[in-house]
Design a binder for this molecule. Structure first.
Ligand code: GLN
Length: 475
């Protein structure tokens, strides 16, 4: 059995000393995957291909020409295109669809000799926070199999958590990398909007969608960010900011840092008591280490979730209009003319939550309601961003929980979807503002369930964020 390595550098030193080969590593992960199929983390495993790829990497290592990710075996969320491989977004409407090109990030990872071991289960079209909205069924949390792993990148998180690969790549529109990372005891990074190319990523809400790594260490998150980041002629939203080396230095910060935390996170009855005490514990640790940590009130707090959902649904309704039963994906057997092709293919192909969002998104964009909802939400988003930027002018970081409670039981059906949406309260601020945010594993609660805290910082300051995160976890 393959042991779990915390970082790629550990793997690399064992490869160098001859204790392990990439092929052996892949075999070990494949064994773990077959022993854990009940977790439902993978939609497909690329067994033969991963083994062949591993042999190639081994020979490149021997020749001394291997890339920076040699020894890194990763899984990708099933909304990331990889040429010649199926991609489904965990939806019936894309079942059996094969990618015709690779996403930029897949190309960059492979160019540095990563091995891609499979594609992971997720909420359908990345819409959800529990991985229960998947056409392929729920994913189980390895820490407690009666509970969700979070979502939407739930399969990706469990693949790393249960040792079925070394790291995973997810996407984060409103928390989908950070929240599952926190539910599974891992590091989850959402970079600044405009840092990593989305070319070849199945679009959900394009003004939010970001790619991010799910790892066991800050070091690996930094390395994966470094390789995936930077301009791409196929994604015009990318910034030209140079990509630095993101590797953390593990030193105590040179200066005293100013950190703001949300007052509500420690006072609101809606936040689980052990989540609160975990936050308080870290606030104390930071203060004891000499940093300035102050509570702030974010007066737009109540507007975060509604603003996010109005905009995300509007964008989703537009992005998902391409699944029409004609060009790509599923076509209903009951399609006889154009209208029945559209109607039946979409009605049968999309799941319930996706349909709800397409309908609500279409509603807020409709002529009579555009100004009242969509245009208003755009204005509120600007205010949220300005307020967040203002806080980050005064403070170096914002510290908040990643989620108001730890992993909850599978099947806990809320009657009102709004209750589910409200649980995204702490993750959507960074998504609405575009700033980078990282979820850090900060221990377990009394039931052994992982807890996570989140740090946010200024646009494009991932280097500072990762450095401080490394220090933070060592406190
Ligand atoms: N839970 C949020 C939603 O359902 C975020 C999902 C995501 O980041 N993809 O939209």
């Amino acid at each position: 059995m393959t042991k779990s390595y915390t970082s790629l550098s550990e793997i690399k030193s064992e490869i160098a000393s001859g204790e392990i080969t990439v092929e052996k590593l892949v075999k070990g992960y494949l064994d773990k995957i077959s022993a854990n199929t009940r977790l439902n983390a993978f939609n497909e495993v690329f067994e033969q291909e991963a083994l062949i790829c591993a042999q190639n990497v081994d020979s490149r290592i021997k020749q001394g020409i291997a890339g920076k990710l040699a020894g890194m075996v990763i899984a990708i969320k099933d909304n990331i295109c990889y040429k010649g491989h199926k991609v489904s977004a965990s939806s019936k409407i894309l079942d059996n669809f094969t990618s015709v090109y690779s996403s930029t990030i897949v190309e960059r990872l492979l160019a540095e000799d990563a091995v891609i071991i499979g594609r992971c289960n997720c909420d359908e079209f990345a819409m959800g926070a529990s991985n229960e909205n998947s056409y392929f069924g729920a994913v189980k949390n390895f820490a407690d199999e009666s509970r969700v792993p979070g979502g939407s990148s739930g399969g990706s998180a469990v693949a790393v958590q249960a040792g079925m690969c070394h790291a995973a790549i997810g996407t984060d529109t409103g928390g989908s990398v950070r929240q599952p990372a926190s539910f599974c005891g891992l590091v989850g990074l959402k970079p600044t909007y405009g840092r990593i190319s989305r070319h070849g990523i199945i679009a959900y809400a394009s003004s939010f969608d970001q790619v991010g790594p799910i790892t066991r260490s800050i070091e690996d998150a930094a390395l994966l960010l470094e390789i995936m980041a930077g301009p791409d002629e196929y994604d015009s939203t990318l910034a030209d900011n140079a990509v630095p080396s993101y590797l953390p230095d593990n030193n105590k910060p040179e200066s005293i840092k100013k950190i703001a935390y949300l007052q509500e996170a420690v006072s609101s009855p809606g936040v689980d008591s052990e989540v609160k005490s975990n936050l308080v514990q870290y606030i104390d640790k930071l203060r004891n280490a000499g940093h300035i940590v102050k509570p702030i009130a974010f007066e737009l707090l109540d507007f975060l979730v509604p603003t996010y959902y109005i905009l995300a649904m509007a964008e989703a309704s537009s992005n998902l209009s391409r699944y029409d039963g004609v060009h790509i994906g599923y076509r209903s057997p009951a399609a006889v003319d154009l209208l029945s092709t559209y109607k039946n293919s979409r009605s049968e192909g999309f799941g319930k939550e996706v349909k709800r969002r397409i309908m609500l998104g279409t509603f807020v964009l409709s002529a009579g309601y555009y100004d009242a909802y969509f245009a208003k939400a755009q204005k509120v988003r600007r205010m949220i961003r300005e307020k967040t930027d203002a806080i980050l002018k005064e403070y170096d970081f914002i510290l908040i929980p990643t989620a108001p409670e730890p992993a909850f039981p599978i099947g806990r059906k809320e009657k009102d979807p709004v209750v589910t949406y409200l649980a995204d309260i702490f993750t959507v601020q960074a998504s609405l503002s575009g700033v980078p945010a990282i979820s850090l594993p900060t221990g377990n609660n009394s039931k052994g369930l992982p807890l996570g805290l989140q740090l946010l910082t200024r646009h494009f300051e991932e280097k500072e964020l990762l450095n401080f995160s490394e220090y933070f976890l060592g406190l």
